[in-house]
Design a protein around this ligand. Sequence first.
Ligand code: GLC
Length: 792
Amino acid sequence: MQDTSFAIHPGTKKELIGENFKDIGTLLSFTIKEDVVSFITENSFVSLVFYNDYTVRVTMNQKQQPSLSSSFAVISNRAGITPEISDHDHEVVIKSKELLVKVTKAPFRIAIYDKSGKAVVTESKKGMAFNENGEVICFKNMEDNDHFYGFGEKTGFLDKRGEKMEMWNTDVYAPHNPETDALYQSIPFFITLREGRSHGIFFDNTWKTHFDLKSELDTYSFKAEGGQLDYYVFSGPTLKEVLGQYTKLTGTMPIPPKWALGYHQSRYSYETEEEVRQLVNDFLQKKIPVDAIYLDIHYMNGYRVFTFDQDRFPTPKALIDDLNKAGIKIVPIVDPGVKEDPEYPIYQEGVRENHFCKYLEGNIYFGDVWPGNSAFPDFTSTKVRKWWGEKHKFYADLGIHGIWNDMNEPAIFNDTKTMDVKVMHDNDGEPRTHRELHNVYGFLMGEATYEGMKQQLNGKRAFLLTRAGYAGVQRYASVWTGDNRSFWEHLQLALPMCMNLGMSGVAFCGPDVGGFAHDTSGELLVRWTQFGTFTPYFRNHSAINTVRQEPWSFGDEVEKLTKKYIEQRYVWLPHLYTLFREANQTGVPVMRPLVLEFPTDENTFNLSDQFMIGDRVIVAPVLTPTTKHRVVYLPEGNWINYWTDERLAGNKHHLVEAPLNILLIFIKEGSIIPHGTVKQSTATPETEMTYHIYLRETGTASYRLYEDDGQTFGYENGETFEQEITAEKNIDSITISLKESNGSYDPTWSKETFVLHDCREDIEIIINGEEIEKTSRNFDNSSKAITVTIER
Ligand code: GLC
């Protein structure tokens, strides 16, 4: 009945009732011990710590002194900063080298300023409060020009001002739409941009949390259904610095194995070994690049994890060996549900060794998932994570390097869609209910899987894809955005969703290309593949009972175009890989909203239909059917249309032609972009690196290329290659220099090609001090580009 107009029957009118929150009241006393300032207020206890120079942690507990033990998300330690503190009539002032906190006494309110005295975060009419149900809430002042980013995986537009959001990991198969709130990931972190400066807040609470940027004009709030009010304020002041500060706390992504950045093909399901071999043959014969094929649930024996179905996949080892030889990896799905089957060793072991989630009374929790009645490993226990991780020897021994974790919210086929919240997790001897730890279940499964695989692979990088996660998930996994549909609207919504995941520390993410449920069309597949060329994670996946969605499923024209853009992925890989390294080092995402690079340009604040790859490339996909033009916003500077070399002025909207064969890409004038070659997969070593140099009559440009072996952790010990390329152009000459830095990795390419866009045919070219003879260069009259190749 709720799906009909009955849902809005007059009798269903809700009376708005207050939530009876009680303010924590007036400050009574405070003490300081080492780096912790402890306050006692009329109704609560509050701790304040300068976690490091740019981060303040505030913790409120209405019952006792707050616990400052670390959460699952936080991996860095407190810097041990002893603050300077002064007591005044109406306020207490606490100072560190970079920040200043004023605590107003009556009522207790916190305001954080930077050292220049600029307000970062303030509270006025309302501050911290709690109610009898154990809910805790915090209010902050909101300015007219505040814009909000982050919040992990959410539908809707880029700027979250005016939204109410909930964090509760949820399996949403029904279509994702602007009203769909809680999805698979819970990342209670956001960034506020205010007049070009920004700060972030991480509300580290694993319970169901709510963020309200809607109900009041001048105040926003964040609230949890239980636990302490524990949050970190990052003072920025740039968006990139906030991301750096947040990922210093929760970790950055390890550099993925290079094969994980190639094109991936999936389907629910490639059901037999024969079908997989045929699929691979099709890719090879059609010369369409591919790096990984996914095995969805049909590969298993009765959906039992850590098994293969002997009829469908009689010789998995031979299959995987053959594919590895062809440069293609297999990624099997692994769900958390373990089939209740007394003859199944994993189930036997789990029961005997006490690895499954249980009720307080001691009985195992069972839920219905693909295998039927199933038990669920209790990943909150270190012992269980180790057990689960070691089980992955089964896959590693077969030559598998990547795992796909799904249904790990956990999803259960029942009314609540998940585990009974009364289940009591072991939590390493500090038992907590599922209600409290639900949002970290998938995250901890990810930790178990990633660490287990890493151990099994003896120095090779493991790849993990996960559907569910919590803040810090980037340390273990890449994230795909779950069960979207083959709707143009879902292509549109994937852009801001992935950009905000990037603004939440998750640099490695992407949607199912082509759409998962519903039937895609050839045109939609082309447009989506074009977008996928530049999503950090690039996988085509589709559901059972939908039309086939492989690149060749819609005739020659669609095949030609999808192939072209899959090839482009490999061409752009050196740039993408360099950006993955940057994300690994700084937490700044690969795929960026324009606001990240142009935070004072109001045209970018809610720009949701175009994005950047790094700091100098804008991508503007077509997101509607039968569309051959689109409006593109280009911020300050001049921009070059990648395909036509036409120069467009920035600070302007342009109507640009984009027929079906064109994904619009714009390069900022004054840039260098590295390009690799088209190859069947990343297993083929790069033979030639091409640098495209975009300069006008005069000017300079530079690029710092990153490379390593793409498969081991040698990069952590200096086995890297970095090359700084600079180009200086004058009226008559262009001087290029290449400078390698100290790393010990020697790249595989032997040739370096330079494409000098927009040049006079007779311009003098000097590379590393040597003039290039006129006979060793090529001039393309139509594009006015000179090409020169040198040996490395
Ligand atoms: C879930 C996943 C989807 C997968 C399916 C079958 O719906 O989100 O990607 O194909 O389960 O395993």
